[in-house]
Ligand binder design. Sequence first.
Ligand SMILES: Cc1ncc(COP(=O)(O)O)c(C=O)c1O
Length: 385
Amino acid sequence: MSLESLSAQLLLNPNADRARAYGAEERAVLSRERAEEAASAIRGWPRYAPTPLRSLAATAREAGVAEVFYKDEGHRFGLKSFKALGGAYAVQVLAAGGGSGLTVACATDGNHGRAVAWGALRAGAKAVIFVHEGVSQGRAEAIAGFGAEVVRAGRTYDGSVRLCAEAAEKNGWQIVSDTSWPTYEDVPKIVMQGYAVMVAEAEAQGARPTHVFVQGGIGGAAAAVLAWLWEGQGARRPVFVVVEPEKAACLFESARAGKPASVGGDLDTIMAGLACGEPSPLAWRILGPGADAFMTIPDAAASEAMRNLADLSVVGGESGVAGLAGFRLAARDAEMRRTLRLDESSRVLVFGTEGATDPEVYHRIVGRAPEDVERAASLEMGEVG
Ligand SMILES: Cc1ncc(COP(=O)(O)O)c(C=O)c1O
């Protein structure tokens, strides 16, 4: 499928308030001070290394912008996604305060559960991870590979969040959720705070974007990146766009409604990590007033972006490439370019939040195994930092 035949929807955030300072209300959710604490803890983990910031020159040329930076989380701590920064960090914080005999539990689309299971293994805690019907067998096995008990329950992510919460209450487990609800905010704040490490690294590696596109599931990752930029740069921060699958666009619908809104249906999308129907209220406190625009993209845009990246010898997973896919669709649409003020001087930053987290799914979509893609040399690919 060619890029030309795909279409996206763009919604300027009607409640965005650029003049609003990053104040106490926002700082109670996420702050640079606590992001620095997370970063200093995570930098101390064995095998820590900043992930590459790749300059995609061919993509920039094709899209008619000055630069496209791809922060490649595909090999973060060997877990293949940025989620290691959040779930595993939260387990570490809880284990430090909780003594022995800790059991942590969470629901997952795949990546968060892998991070929590890995964190529990490192912290000497037990982990029980809930996966819904749509989570691939490969992803469930990867979680079990870290010694976690894997429970299949729930039809969608949102359903398994509830079943996990009930089981945790009954068994005295500590929930380590990436999403929040009104009576449960402390742990998701720690999870999101860990995510900020990826944007802090990108800045340290020299990224000075005018535009940032981040994919959204429950909104935690996007909120963490936006909070960092907003607190640091205020009204001068980059144009910030949240990208979601068209079948699971709860943040897009929340923007339209002016408050957290859910979407129903089976949330059927290949972007498994983004298949969420309910936004995190905590994340919404940052995205609601702070994000400039929301986009939805079709599945075919994600698979096209994966193949396009593979041609540049970069491996990006279905959910990981959504921001890049959204940017590429916006860049070729004259009206979206105007709306987002994208032009030949724009410097765009996207977050490749996962690599081939399920190699079989990757192979099916791209037509090549991830190892083969990475082996292939490409003159087009530059690594900035
Ligand atoms: C690879 C990947 N990217 C992005 C996200 C979105 O993060 P959030 O749910 O915090 O919006 C997820 C969530 O699982 C993910 O797995």
